[in-house]
Design a protein around this ligand. Structure first.
Ligand code: PGA
Length: 253
């Protein structure tokens, strides 16, 4: 099995003025010295071109936080993969905030994953259960359903990226335990193995997301089925994000 390259991804959500985002980019100087990790940041659409320019020589990949599946058309307020591809190489898809607040369905997500791959964007597909689903013992059923529908009839490239983000751990300061996270990520890999094949599943990068900080990132990344992190709040602080990226690199060395 070839080694999976870990990923450290920062989701900046709807945060930052131009000046703040510039400062954040400046603060990421030197992150390319951390070897063996793919680093990705996802600013708002409005700041994508700016951040792309600022980080052009930094080795950091830039991601959209969402996209429409269609290449163009009458979809007011949306951004197409063709437009995104001009300023970014990656895209977050199915973040729980999009699922919860913007009614993103599994069917729409399936179209988006297919479209992103067709447009040579690297998706980070987010999945994860809500608190009431975990408490009801439904975590695996939820993940099984999301993976099956989101990846239905998708040609999955090696190294595809899935982020396991339990909704109750996002922005709450209450991260999953490393055992909970490892169990869910192992289950996701097993589902990919069942739906595709074991060799493919071995190449998939599975990230943990939900209250990741420099202090806990290494513990998550030390788990056998966790290949990095998708970070929200802590990615808005350059030193924290560099600390998380370093912890992932150290854990996977
Ligand atoms: P958090 O967010 O790190 O602030 O919990 C994670 C995410 O939404 O991806």
């Amino acid at each position: 099995m070839s080694k999976r390259i870990p990923v450290s991804a920062g989701n900046w959500k709807m945060n930052g003025t131009n000046a703040e985002v510039d400062a954040l980019c400046d603060g990421l100087a030197g992150i390319d010295q951390i070897r063996g990790v793919e680093v990705v940041v996802a600013p708002s659409f409005l700041q994508l071109a700016r951040v792309s320019d600022k980080l052009a020589t930094s080795g950091v990949h830039v991601a959209g936080q969402n996209m429409h599946a269609a290449a163009s058309g009458a979809f007011t307020g949306e951004v197409s993969p063709t437009q995104l591809r001009e300023v970014a190489g990656w895209v977050l898809l199915g973040h729980s905030e999009r699922r919860q607040h913007f009614c993103e369905s599994e069917e729409a997500l399936n179209d988006k994953v297919r479209s992103a791959l067709e447009h040579r964007l690297t998706p980070i597909l987010c999945v994860g259960e809500q608190l009431h689903e975990r408490e009801a013992g439904d975590t695996e059923a939820v993940l099984k359903r999301q993976i099956a529908l989101d990846l239905d009839e998708i040609y999955l490239p090696d190294g595809f990226v899935i982020a396991y983000e339990p909704v109750w751990a996002i922005g709450t300061g209450k991260a999953a335990s490393e055992v909970e996270a490892q169990d869910a990520c192992a289950y996701i890999r097993d589902r990919v193995s069942q739906l595709f094949d074991p060799a493919k599943a071995n190449t998939i990068r599975i990230l943990y997301g939900g209250s990741v900080k420099p202090e806990n990132a290494g513990t998550f990344a030390a788990q056998p089925d966790i290949d990095g992190a998708l970070v929200g709040g802590a990615s808005l602080d350059a030193e924290s994000f560099k600390g998380i990226t370093q912890a992932i690199a150290d854990a996977k060395r």
